[in-house]
Design a protein around this ligand. Structure first.
Ligand code: FAD
Ligand code: 2HG
Ligand code: ZN
Length: 440
């Protein structure tokens, strides 16, 4: 059972002795009815790529894996809606949509393993958020099994539907604490014909901010990703991931920064790229720039950004802080974190700068420093975020990592009503106990 009891980062470990893998909604319903009557706690698990311990038992809860619920049910070409079971892997859905020239309006590094049910349950963000906006706006319908086994059918396929309270929204981002998502109807987007990645190296974070402003003002909605990483990330990727490209050399003090943008469109992008190059060069914003000329270069440049989480993991035990705040404060928060933990570890900063979302990965220099690092950084980072009206979780969720810090981003009344909602759907508290909210 190890693969089910341990998460991707190996930070969270459960002790479950039972994994159930139903292959139908009816079976999920029967399982939950039984567990509810016998007060047996259940942890829903999708692709197990979550990064806050949400899909891993805290003790010996039963794991309910959705992996065997992976049927694609229909692609409605009139409505551009794909209907599928919750255990479908994101990549598999895109493969299915490829001949129709459509894609799911969500993309993230875990695309080969994460499941659509997990994506909905975490309201995942990802690298194309800047183009598509929140994933929740594409989830048109779903089927959910409630804790008592009731099957709640909310499988609408229509986009405009103002009929009373939109209960479906409560389950998006609910991290398995309100119900088990068994089916989904997702509005899909036409595939772009042309795509290019541009990687830029620049000498200060101030320049990153200016580049970000210029890129965001690219006319015509062609910007499909706006990412950044510091030179510590770049070095770590070079060191820990064999075979990655090295388009630029490091600076001796590791003081450079990198911006990666992706442009897309139905027409060739030459004019737009030329205009952007001119703007950036005129203002002297970059030290170096490189653009992908073919698909293989496109993927190798993306690998430099998408490989950072993996490269950090190979560097030691990692504490992950997925947070949101004004981008002008990105440099300061990373410096403050570095100062705070001193020699116990080292920290890197990267992420979705286009969406004001930074990932700070703090790597412990020795495994035995983990506790000390955690004590130094938590709640320190969350206090910092509260003081600048940021969010303690931008896209990964609360899971088992952050329930006790939720109050740094939500007031007491809001948390009170979260508990009330939990009681409505799961009065016995059997679903994912002590995730998101501390059980009362
Ligand atoms: P799991 O990890 O299995 O579960 C996540 C949570 O959802 C748990 O609380 C679980 O109980 C619940 N859950 C799962 N399935 C269901 C269901 N059917 N019904 C009810 N609850 C359910 N996240 C981002 O937002 N943006 C990124 O860019 C991003 N990049 C990543 C890159 C890598 C390399 C990795 C490893 C992770 C990344 N993630 C990212 C995090 C993760 O992939 C997402 O949170 C993803 O949506 C989780 O899907 P999953 O199927 O793996 O869910
Ligand atoms: C990413 O954007 C993911 O690469 C993972 O959200 C971030 O591991 C992390 O901290
Ligand atoms: Zn991310």
């Amino acid at each position: 059972l190890e693969g089910y009891n341990v998460d991707w980062t190996k930070k969270y470990k459960g002790n479950s002795r039972l994994v159930l893998k139903p292959n139908s909604t009816k079976k999920v319903s029967q399982i939950l009815k039984y567990c509810n009557e016998n007060l047996l706690p259940v942890v829903p698990q999708g692709g197990n790529t979550g990064l806050v311990g949400g899909a891993i038992p805290i003790k010996d809860e039963i794991i309910l894996s959705l992996s065997n619920m992976n049927k694609i049910l229909e692609f409605d070409t009139h409505q551009s809606v794909i209907s599928c079971e919750a255990g479908c892997v994101l990549d598999a859905l895109n493969q299915h949509l490829l001949p129709y020239k459509y894609e799911i309006p969500l993309d993230l590094g875990s695309r080969g393993s994460c499941q659509i049910g997990g994506n909905i349950a975490t309201n995942a963000g990802g690298i194309r958020f800047i183009k598509f906006g929140p994933f929740k706006s594409y989830v048109l319908g779903m089927e959910v099994v409630l804790a008592n086994g009731e099957i709640l059918d909310l499988r609408s396929k229509i986009r405009k539907d103002n009929t009373g309270l939109d209960i479906k929204q409560s389950f998006i981002g609910s991290e398995g604490i309100l119900g088990i998502i068994t089916q989904a109807n997702i509005l899909v987007s036409p595939l772009d014909k042309f795509k290019t990645v541009i990687l830029m190296q620049c000498e200060s974070f101030g320049k990153v901010l200016e580049i970000s402003r210029e890129c965001k003002s690219t006319p015509g909605r062609h910007l499909s990703a706006l990412e950044f990483f510091d030179e510590h990330c770049y070095k770590l990727v070079q060191k820990n991931l064999p075979g990655v490209v090295r388009p630029f050399e490091f600076s001796p003090e590791l003081k450079n920064f990198y911006v990666l943008i992706e442009l897309c469109g139905q027409e060739p992008l030459d004019g737009i790229i030329e205009e952007l190059y001119e703007k950036l060069s005129e203002k002297n914003l970059t030290l170096n720039m490189i653009m992908s000329e073919n698909e293989s270069q496109f993927h190798s440049l993306w690998r430099l950004r998408e490989g950072i989480a993996e490269a950090c993991g190979r560097g030691g035990i990692v504490l992950k802080y997925d947070v949101s705040l004004g981008i002008e404060k990105f440099e300061d928060i990373v410096q403050s974190v570095r100062k705070r933990h001193g020699d116990y570890g080292y920290s890197v900063g990267y992420g979705h700068i286009g969406d004001s979302n930074i990932h700070i990965n703090s790597i412990c220099k020795k495994p035995e420093y983990k506790k000390k690092m955690e004590e130094l950084l938590e709640p320190y980072i969350f206090e910092y975020l509260a003081s600048v009206n940021g969010s303690i979780s931008a896209e990964h969720g609360i899971g088992s990592m952050k329930p006790k810090y939720l109050h740094f981003s939500k007031n007491n009344l809001a948390i009170h009503y979260m508990h009330q909602l939990k009681k409505v759907f799961d009065p016995n508290g059997i679903l994912n106990p002590n995730k998101v909210l501390i059980s009362q």
